[in-house]
Design a protein around this ligand. Structure first.
Ligand code: CUA
Length: 159
């Protein structure tokens, strides 16, 4: 079978691209721990104020010592606004929205999830570096979207 040179070149180029894309997926999944969401939980977004957890959002230490942060996003703020967690301990974030879809990205870290009305987004992360981090909404949610920022304070743990 005779294959034209140009056709061969493009076949090879396409094959190389596929290999590069696959390698990029495995690289991000393995080395950077980027993963698709695996948590599925729903709630009624119109009844958040009386919800046992999201009616009173904040940082809560569970009986087993783990740290859970429940966050409600709404136009154009996060509640609670200043979130304080210790460094070097796993922190589980649980996010939901009271109105439209918002983003929740802790700048400079691997924390990045969507807050979707009716759903709970959950992820667990450890912050090794104490300091103040900006939480940014990275989903367009309305006129003051650009001003929707919060603060995460990572405190050095007492020895
Ligand atoms: Cu909230 Cu953009």
């Amino acid at each position: 079978m005779n294959v034209e040179l140009y056709e061969k070149v493009w076949m090879w180029a396409a094959s190389v691209l596929i290999v590069v894309f696959l390698a990029a997926i495995f690289f991000m999944a393995g080395l950077h721990a980027v993963q698709p969401p695996s948590h599925f939980e729903t709630l009624d977004p119109t009844k958040l104020s009386t919800h046992p957890e999201f009616g009173n959002p904040g940082v809560k230490i569970q009986p087993d010592g783990s740290i859970v942060v429940s966050v409600v996003s709404q136009m154009f703020s996060f509640s609670p606004d200043s979130i304080e967690v210790p460094a070097n301990r796993p922190v589980t974030f649980r996010l939901t929205s009271a109105d439209v879809m918002h983003g929740f990205e802790v700048a400079g870290t691997n924390a990045n999830a969507m807050a979707i009305p009716g759903y709970v987004s959950q992820f667990t992360l450890t912050f090794p570096k104490p300091g103040e981090y900006v939480i940014a909404c990275n989903e367009y949610c309305g006129l003051a979207h650009h001003g929707m920022v919060g603060k995460l304070i990572v405190k050095k743990e007492a020895p």
